[in-house]
Design a protein around this ligand. Sequence first.
Ligand code: FDA
Length: 304
Amino acid sequence: QFADALKSIARREDFKAYIGQNPLIYRILRRAAAQYVTGDRRIHGLEAADRLQAKGYAVSLEYIGENTANEEECKAAVSELLALIGDLRERGTPARVSFDLSHIGLSLDTELAAAHLLTLAETALQAGIELFISMEESAKTDKILSVYEGAAARYPNIGITLQAYLHRTAEDLSTKLPASARVRIVKGAYQEADGVSIPRSEALDDRYLELVELAVRQGNRVSVATHDERLIEKIIDQGWYGKPEVEFEMLYGIRPDLSGKLKAAGHPVRIYLTYGHEWYLYLCHRVAEYPPNIYRAIAAMINE
Ligand code: FDA
């Protein structure tokens, strides 16, 4: 409930206006977000990507945004993503580009999001860039998967994120993905109704492991996207890890000690970077999924 309340405040237009009009509030929240977000502008994401790649990490890049409220803003988001793909091509940066389908139209019209995805996929294919679709609330899962399936049938450079906490995911994994498709497996970040998902628990960890095994056996290329060290150790012990088609992926600013340790041990590690003016939304997601982050945010504000 805390998580939901925080996210719904962050989505409110009056909240955006409030922080826009209050330089002090803006500055202290911005400082709290700095741990997780590379900056407001594309160049911040690109420079962070270069720095991490020089250290031996692969990267994903997200232009932050979700639930875009009108067609014009959806088009603006698509333009930004096209510009990002263009810059990555020019710089020779082999980053993966990640986004929410609701950022490019899903909340308005499924067909609009599908058309935007095809535009992005065509440009990305020509640039040799992989696109990755994030997974949102379970109310959107069917739509997201159907848009993904339509586009992935035509474009091999599109991956999809699946949430281990949803009861439906094993079936989605075995029925909705083309052979050798890239899948990112996450635990899941949203508050869901009873009966739809399971909470953080050993049962969830077991399910996560089963999904990774299923994906590997199906021949999917898997991004194991978690910061859960115990789970990661179990995955390494299974021996799937180290295959070229399995990698670890972690969010920028979360457990850099662990990503460094894995990289030093020779495992492929990808860091998920974000940039954009809606950084406060992303900050709320990170605090909501891990409430102790509220203390870090407050410490950052006090130090301002
Ligand atoms: P868990 O929540 O059990 O945390 C394990 C440990 O990791 C914690 O004990 C703590 O040490 C550390 N940790 C985790 N979250 C932290 C945080 N916010 N701040 C500080 N420390 C933290 N979700 C979704 O629903 N749809 C999506 O598309 C995506 N996409 C995505 C991409 C990538 C690359 C990652 C890594 C994650 C996502 N997620 C996501 C988020 C995911 O569902 C999940 O909420 C987070 O990864 C946290 O869960 P963990 O698997 O890390 O385990």
